[in-house]
Ligand binder design. Structure first.
Ligand code: SF4
Ligand code: SF4
Length: 420
């Protein structure tokens, strides 16, 4: 039966939402893979349940307030897309829906202020650094802060690393094989600038020239996932204009950002910029996929180490990148790769999810940390700063926790002979 979602003519976001709704055959194969179903065990907190709720809101048969708590609990991890045998494109529904209802969303003044503060801070490295510094300095007073802010502050490190200014260009260190442009990221530049340094070290060592477009900004994913469509579209337009044409690829080393860049056509659906967004998105690759396709020489021999690889949802489910990082790691002589149990399950890190849904985020973080610790590995590596922050925080309570690194950091250490 065709549903009666209004304005669902081809070429617009409503058409995509209607398609996603109509493709779902309610089989329930996605249920066991959904982290909120695992945590809460109720139908309305499953992909299938949320699809029905969003459909009814769009059709005008269900008040928004009844659907919102369940829609808001969705992490956007897209495990449901991987599991769905009918090819439901859940990503075409969840963020466009949140964008669509943003003006009708009931919020208290405190919620509005908190949302405004987060969107004004997190996507801007300078402002985020300032806010993070204050958060770290006032750590002893965190008990006095609003309860909703405490989980996010708990993720901050003991101290912030010094800021690193990235040059506009890093030449290849051997015969040039490719030229790429790198997205520098926002929170990552503040919390772990060493990830970009390691990424540039690995790329240039492998013969890749790296351009850092100086006019680039936040990818917009954070705004997009919380329904702030106008801010997300502004970020998309800025980056489409900022990244040069004369590069072989646009690279990211943060799965959440990569997934966001790939969603530019969705953000700009039905606007005059949609075609440019399509072209841009086709040029985007995760750095692990790019390096695996390019081919790298093995780093020098070293002692044997065990490494667990954590699949970031926005790399595995959103971008289908699973084998490339594993293949790169297996180039390291002496490295024994360990798989993490329930690898497809989200670690609970998703933008501001730690603030909005702290109990679910903590439950998922604890489960993921326990699965990682159970591998007994020396290191756990991954390709997303959000997962790194969440997993580091939840591994603190494990006595023999592996060291958390980005995939590029481990590779850079291997090339530098620092794993001997
Ligand atoms: S697996 Fe796909 S078709 Fe089946 S209920 Fe889930 S979203 Fe719908
Ligand atoms: S995106 Fe993740 S949390 Fe949301 S419905 Fe799908 S599986 Fe569940």
């Amino acid at each position: 039966m065709k549903h009666t979602i209004p304005h669902s003519q081809p070429g617009g976001a409503f058409h995509d939402m209607a398609e996603a709704v109509q493709t779902c055959v309610h089989c329930g194969f996605c249920l066991p893979t959904c982290p909120t179903y695992q945590e809460l065990g109720q139908e309305m907190d499953t992909p299938r349940g949320r699809i029905v709720l969003m459909k009814e809101v769009l059709e005008g048969t269900l008040p928004l307030a009844q659907a919102l708590p369940h829609v808001d609990r969705c992490l956007g991890c897209l495990a449901c897309e991987t599991a769905c045998p009918s090819g439901v494109k859940y990503r075409d529904l969840i963020s466009p829906f949140r964008d669509h209802i943003r003006k009708d969303r009931p919020r208290t003044s405190a919620e509005k202020l908190r949302r405004r503060m987060l969107l004004a801070t997190l996507p801007h490295p300078g402002r985020f650094r300032f806010a993070a510094r204050i958060g770290i300095l006032t750590r002893p007073l965190h008990g006095l802060l609003p309860k909703a802010l405490r989980p996010m502050l708990g993720l901050l490190p003991e101290k912030l690393p010094p800021a690193q200014i990235l040059a506009p260009l890093y030449p290849a260190q051997c015969t040039r094989r490719a030229r790429v442009a790198l997205l520098a990221g926002c929170a990552q530049q503040v919390l772990a600038p060493e990830i970009n340094a390691a990424t540039i070290a690995v790329l240039t060592r492998c013969g890749v020239e790296v351009v850092i477009p100086q006019a680039q900004g936040c990818c917009g994913a954070l705004a997009w996932h919380v329904g702030a469509g106008d801010e997300a579209r502004a970020a998309a337009r800025r980056n489409i204009a900022a990244f040069p044409q004369d590069v072989d690829a646009i690279l990211t080393n943060a799965a959440g950002c990569g997934s966001g860049l790939h969603e530019y056509p969705l953000m700009l659906r039905g606007t005059p910029d949609e075609a440019a967004a399509q072209t841009f998105a086709h040029r985007v690759q995760d750095v692990s996929k790019f390096l695996d396709s390019l081919g790298i020489d093995p780093p020098p021999p070293m002692r044997s180490i065990t490494v667990a690889y954590h699949d970031a949802c926005h790399l595995s489910h959103a971008q289908g990148v699973r084998s490339a990082p594993r293949q790169l790691l297996q180039k390291i002589p002496g490295l024994v790769l360990k798989e993490v149990a329930d690898a497809d399950l989200c670690c609970g890190s998703a933008g501001t999810y730690n603030i909005d849904q702290p109990e679910i985020a903590a439950g998922l973080g604890q489960k993921k940390a326990a699965s990682i610790a159970a591998t007994g590995a020396d290191y756990v590596v991954m390709g997303n700063i959000g997962c790194m922050t969440q997993i580091t925080a939840h591994l603190r309570s494990h006595p023999r926790a592996p060291r958390v690194l980005h995939t590029m950091e481990l590779l850079a250490m291997a090339f530098a002979g620092a794993l001997k």
